[in-house]
Write a new protein. Structure first.
Length: 259
């Protein structure tokens, strides 16, 4: 019996090692791709600023003289400039919410109804960056904004597979980490330079489905066996009609969230 226990323990450690290795490789792909997008943004910004470097102005709304900005984003991420302006206006007014802006529909302006969770994330990262780089926080908003979503993706790739493994097994954990970069329509929302809250929405929609499944309405671990590299998983048919009805309703609602 002790010998069998040692064998199972070694097998479990081997499985855990494989999962960590795959997570490392997935994040390595993210790092390489992020470096490519980072270099593109840097080249665009440097090309536009060859005449003279912007001077720091700690009293400016943007952290630079004359209220200028230096960040140039890819066309598909152009909304990110609005997020930056909203965050900077919140810093300027020392408020936790922005209700209106004159950045659009000038001079009347317009109401702002965007998600403030993402704005607070920008401000939090900018505060840390400003302290480390000795820059005005408003200028740091521009510096950190292209990388915030990518940071959250890396954290999700490291943490979420282990949460899912308990219910879906090793195959589910590995599949989730790989799909986070393998599905382009999902991954592009977290690329360096994409400054928007769509990534958070997509992640929430993903977990609407995963948590329903992990709760027993779909794929579950049949046995806690560690004999195989990937734990056995199979589709469990609910025995009671009420279980089938509640599971179907939950999956339907999750699908509507994705749409």
């Amino acid at each position: 019996m002790p010998r069998h226990t040692n064998t199972s323990s070694n097998q479990s450690r081997r499985q855990t090692g494989w999962i960590w290795a795959i997570i490392f490789l997935v994040n390595a792909v993210v790092v390489v791709d992020s470096w490519k997008h980072h270099n593109r943004i840097v080249k665009c910004c440097d090309a536009s600023m060859r005449q003279a470097a912007l001077k720091i102005d700690r009293h400016s709304n943007t952290g630079y003289e004359l209220g200028m900005r230096r960040l140039i984003l890819p066309l598909q991420a152009i909304d990110g400039l609005h997020w930056i302006m909203h965050a900077q206006s919140m810093l300027r007014d020392s408020k936790w919410r922005v209700r209106s802006t004159t950045g659009d529909n000038f001079p009347q302006g317009r109401d702002v109804h965007w998600s403030h969770g993402f704005l607070w994330s920008l401000m939090a990262f900018a505060t840390v960056h400003g302290w480390l780089a000795d820059l005005p926080v408003a200028a740091s908003v521009e510096a950190v904004a292209p990388y915030v979503n990518t940071f959250f993706l890396v954290i999700a790739i490291v943490v979420c597979p282990w949460m899912l493994r308990r219910r879906l097994g090793n195959l589910g954990a590995v599949g989730l980490s790989c799909s986070m970069i393998g599905v382009h329509s999902f991954y592009q929302l977290f690329m360096v330079g994409y400054i928007d809250h769509h990534g958070a929405i997509a992640m929430a929609s993903l977990f609407c489905v995963l948590l329903v499944a992990a709760g027993g309405a779909g794929w579950t671990v049949a046995t806690p066996s560690d004999e195989l590299l990937f734990r056995e998983s199979r589709l469990v048919t609910p025995k009671k009609r009420s279980n089938r009805r509640s599971g179907g309703t939950a999956l339907s609602k999750a699908g509507q969230n994705i749409e």
